[in-house]
Design a protein around this ligand. Structure first.
Ligand SMILES: Nc1nc2c(ncn2[C@@H]2O[C@H](COP(=O)(O)OP(=O)(O)OP(=O)(O)O)[C@@H](O)[C@H]2O)c(=O)[nH]1
Ligand SMILES: [Mg+2]
Length: 686
C-alpha cells in the first residue's frame, strides 16, 4: 500500500474532560468503520485504545493512544487522549500533531474544567474543532443545555449539526442536519443506513437547520448571495463552505450521540471527513529546515514485548522502511526497520507513510518524545510543548533495602515517557522526591515501577516547602575568637538586617557592604556574606530557607595575624542568627489556587471541609447538577485532598490546583510547626 496523499488524511485528537466517553467513542468509530468486529467496553477492559493493564484496572485512559480507520476513501488518524489532569502531557503532545480536535463532552455535565483547558490549548494552536455531546442516554442529559453552555463558555460560534431524537432513556436516534437524515439507535450493533427524519421532529429540525445554514453562509459571501435569493443549497456546497469555516476556526459544529451504543458514529465520521481540514489544507508549524524526509516524535510507548515504539508525524516524506534518519539533538543515526500503522497496542507494517500521516517505528536507539528526525543534519529547533508544572511531590523510598539504584533507574525511564513526572533529590533532606500533576499520576508511576521494573516503593506525604522571612530591622555584632596554641582565629562583624520587599512576587536577598575606613579588609567582606547565606539556608524557626532580607555589613574588626576567611564566615553566620531572633521572624507557606467540581448535593460538605482547611472561598458556579468551587487554600492543608474528596463525593468530585504565592502562616498554626521542628531536631540529636 503506497503512502496516503495528504489531502486524504484527517488527523484528529479526541480530547475533553475525564470520563466523558472519549475512549468509548474511538471504539465506536473503529467499529462502525469496520476496523473491529465487536464494540469493546471500558468497563470490561476490551477497548482498542485503553490497552494498558493499568488503564484497564482503573477503567480510565492514562496515556495517548494512536488508532486509524478508513471512511469514504479518507484515512482518519485518531489520537485518544486521557482526560485526567494528571496525564495531560500526552494530551498536549497530541495536540501538536493534529489539524483537528474532537472535543467530547458529557451530555449531563457540559463544559468542565478540562474541556476549557483543552479548548484554550486548541485556541492557542489554532486547531479546528468539532464537538461531540455524548452520553445523551443518561439521566439528566440535555443536549440543548450543553449546546448553550458551549456557546456561553467556549465560543458563540458553536452550532448544532446534529440533534437528538428524544432524551435520556427515551433517546431513539439522532438527526443529521447537514444531510437531512436520521440514524436510529443501533444498541451497540452497526448503525443502519440513513433513515427519514421522524415527522414529530419537523419544527425543531427546521429551526436548527436554519441556524446551521445561517452560520455557514455567513462565512461565505458567494453562498450567502445564493441563499438570500432563496436558492435551495445542495449539501455538498454547504459541506464545502462548512469545512472552510471550520478550517479558519470560524465555526465549531456540535454533533451528538451515545458512544456505548454506537449511536451517531456514521454522521460523525461523515463530519470528520467533510468538515475537518486535511494536513494539505492546514499543515504543521513544526520546523524541519530543507530536509526531504522528517518526522516529529510525539509519543513513546514502552512495550514490554516489542521494546520501545516511537509514534511520529511525517513532516516531510514519504518515509518508508529501511530508512536512516539523524536526530540533530544527539547527532546519532537512527534506523527505521519498518514503519508501522498503529491500532492501540497493535501495529502493522506499511510500505510508506506520506506527509501529514501519523505512524510509528520500533526500536530507535536514543530518541525521546519531542525529537525531530531528519534525513540530513539541519539545525532545527524542536517544537516547544508547554507542559503544566508539577503541583505535588512525594518522597519515595524502596521497600527493600538495596533497591535504591533500581528505583531511580525505573523512575528516570518513566519520566522520560512523561515529562510532567519529575524525579529530584531534596537538597534539604536528601530524600528522593517524585513530583507530578496529581496524586493519581504519582500512584500510577508507582504501580508501573512494580509491574515493569519489579521494584516496590513507598510514598510518603510530601513536605511543605515553607520559607521564613523577617518583619523588622535588627542588628547584631559577633566576635569569633579562638586561641588554642599556634595561630588563633579572629573575626568580628556587625550587621543590620532589614526586610527586603518582594519583586514580581519573588522574595530575594541583598548584601550591602557599608564598611568605612577599612575596619575589615576588602578580602574578608565576602566571607561575611557567605556566612550569612549559609545561616539563611536553615532559618531558626522551622529550618526553612530564609528569604526577603537585606543584610548590611556596617562595622567590624580584624586581627593582623589571626584573622581568616573562615573566621569571618563563622562570625557572619553567628551575627545573622543573633540578629534574626530580634527581627520578628515569621514563617511563610505556599498558597494554592484550587478548583473543585462536585455534585450539587455535596457542595455544603465540601465547602465546610475547605473551611476547616483554612480555605478562602472565591466563587461557585453551578452547571448541570455539578458545582465548580474556586478557593485559595494553603498547600499544607490539601496534601492529601484526593481521599477526602473521594469520600465526600462518592468518587464523583474532581479537582485541580496550581501554586499562587507565599503568605504568612497564622500564628497559632506557625506555633505548632515550630514546636514540631524543635521536637524533630531534638530527636535527631538523641
Ligand atoms: N450511558 C453512557 N455511558 C457511557 C457513554 N460513553 C461512555 N460511557 C461510560 O462512561 C465511562 C467512561 O468512558 P470512557 O470512554 O472511559 O471515557 P474517557 O473520556 O475515555 O475517560 P478518560 O480517558 O479516563 O478521560 C465508561 O464507564 C463508559 O462505559 C455513553 O454515551 N452513554
Ligand atoms: Mg479514555
Amino acid at each position: 500500500m503506497p503512502a496516503t496523499e495528504p489531502t486524504k488524511i484527517r488527523n484528529i485528537a479526541v480530547a475533553g474532560h475525564r470520563g466523558v466517553g472519549k475512549t468509548s467513542l474511538v471504539e465506536a468509530l473503529l467499529f462502525e468503520a469496520g476496523k473491529t468486529n465487536r464494540l469493546g467496553s471500558v468497563e470490561q477492559g476490551t477497548t482498542v485504545s485503553d490497552w494498558d493493564e493499568h488503564e484497564q484496572r482503573r477503567a480510565m485512559s492514562l496515556s495517548g493512544s494512536l488508532c486509524h480507520l478508513e471512511w469514504k476513501d479518507r484515512k482518519i488518524n485518531l489520537v485518544d487522549t486521557p482526560g485526567d489532569a494528571g496525564f495531560q502531557a500526552d494530551t498536549f503532545a497530541a495536540l501538536r500533531v493534529v489539524e483537528g480536535v474532537l472535543v467530547v463532552m458529557s451530555g449531563v455535565m457540559g463544559v468542565e474544567v478540562n474541556t476549557s483547558r483543552v479548548w484554550k490549548r486548541a485556541d492557542e494552536q489554532e486547531l479546528s474543532r468539532v464537538i461531540f455531546v455524548n452520553m445523551l442516554d443518561r439521566e439528566r442529559a440535555d443536549f440543548f443545555r450543553v449546546l448553550e453552555a458551549a456557546r456561553q463558555q467556549l465560543s458563540d460560534r458553536c452550532v448544532a449539526i446534529q440533534l437528538p431524537i428524544g432524551a435520556e432513556h427515551e433517546l431513539t436516534g439522532i438527526v443529521d442536519l447537514l444531510h437531512m437524515c436520521a440514524y436510529m439507535d443501533p444498541s451497540g450493533g452497526r448503525e443502519g443506513g440513513p433513515q427519514p427524519i421522524p415527522d414529530s421532529m419537523a419544527d425543531l429540525v427546521q429551526e436548527h437547520r436554519e441556524k446551521l445554514l445561517d452560520a455557514v453562509v455567513e462565512t461565505d459571501e458567494e453562498l450567502m448571495g445564493r441563499y438570500l435569493e432563496g436558492e435551495e443549497l445542495d449539501p455538498q456546497a454547504v459541506a464545502e463552505a462548512l469545512k472552510q469555516a471550520v478550517t479558519r476556526d470560524e465555526l465549531y459544529p456540535v454533533a451528538c450521540g451515545v458512544a456505548t451504543k454506537n449511536l451517531g458514529t456514521t454522521a460523525l465520521l461523515d463530519l470528520l471527513v467533510e468538515g475537518v481540514p486535511s494536513p494539505a489544507k492546514k499543515g504543521t508549524t513544526i520546523e524541519f529546515g530543507d530536509a526531504k524526509q522528517a518526522v516529529f516524535v510525539f509519543k513513546t510507548i514502552a512495550d514490554p514485548f516489542t521494546g520501545r515504539i516511537s509514534c511520529f508525524r511525517v513532516l516531510a516524506g514519504p518515509v518508508s522502511g529501511d530508512t536512516t534518519l539523524v536526530d540533530p539533538r544527539t547527532h546519532a543515526k537512527e534506523r527505521f526497520g519498518q514503519v508501522l500503522a498503529m491500532q492501540g497496542k497493535d501495529s502493522e507494517p506499511v510500505e510508506a507513510l506520506g506527509i501529514g500521516d501519523l505512524g510509528a517505528v520500533a526500536k530507535l536507539k536514543d530518541v525521546v518524545t519531542g525529537d525531530v528526525l531528519v534525513d540530513h543534519e539541519v539545525a532545527v529547533e524542536p517544537p516547544h510543548i508547554d507542559f503544566p508544572e508539577p503541583v505535588m511531590s512525594f518522597a519515595v523510598t524502596p521497600k527493600a533495602k538495596g533497591d535504591e539504584e533500581k528505583m531511580a533507574t525505573g523512575l528516570r525511564r518513566l519520566s522520560e515517557e512523561d515529562p510532567t513526572l519529575i524525579l529530584r533529590r531534596d537538597p534539604q533532606t536528601g530524600e528522593q522526591l517524585l513530583s507530578g500533576l496529581s496524586q493519581m499520576q504519582v500512584e500510577v508511576a508507582v504501580d508501573r515501577l512494580s509491574t515493569r521494573f519489579h521494584v516496590d516503593v513507598e510514598l510518603h506525604p510530601p513536605r511543605v516547602p515553607y520559607k521564613e522571612t523577617i518583619r523588622k530591622e535588627a542588628r547584631a555584632r559577633h566576635r569569633y575568637k579562638k586561641q588554642t596554641g599556634g595561630r588563633g582565629q579572629f573575626g568580628d562583624c556587625a550587621i543590620v538586617l532589614e526586610p527586603l520587599p518582594a519583586e514580581d512576587g519573588q522574595l530575594g536577598y541583598e548584601f550591602v557592604d557599608k564598611i568605612v575606613g577599612g575596619v575589615i579588609s576588602q578580602s574578608y567582606r565576602p566571607a561575611v556574606d557567605k556566612g550569612v547565606r549559609e545561616a539563611m539556608e536553615h532559618g531558626e524557626l522551622a529550618g526553612a530557607p530564609v528569604e526577603g532580607v537585606r543584610v548590611s555589613l556596617v562595622d567590624g574588626m580584624e586581627h593582623n595575624v589571626d584573622s581568616s576567611e573562615m573566621a569571618f564566615k563563622i562570625a557572619g553566620s553567628m551575627a545573622f542568627k543573633e540578629a534574626y531572633q530580634n527581627a520578628d521572624p515569621v514563617l511563610l507557606e505556599p498558597i494554592m489556587q484550587l478548583e473543585v467540581t462536585v455534585p450539587d448535593e455535596t457542595v455544603g460538605a465540601v465547602n465546610g471541609d475547605l473551611n476547616s482547611r483554612r480555605g478562602r472561598l472565591q466563587g461557585m458556579e453551578p452547571m448541570g447538577g455539578m458545582t465548580t468551587i474556586q478557593a485559595e487554600v494553603p498547600m499544607a492543608e490539601i496534601l492529601t485532598y484526593s481521599q477526602a474528596l473521594t469520600s465526600m463525593t462518592g468518587g464523583r468530585g474532581d479537582y485541580s490546583m496550581h501554586f499562587l504565592r507565599y503568605e504568612e502562616v497564622p500564628t497559632h498554626v506557625a506555633q505548632k510547626i515550630i514546636e514540631q521542628t524543635k521536637r524533630e531536631r531534638e530527636e535527631a540529636k538523641v
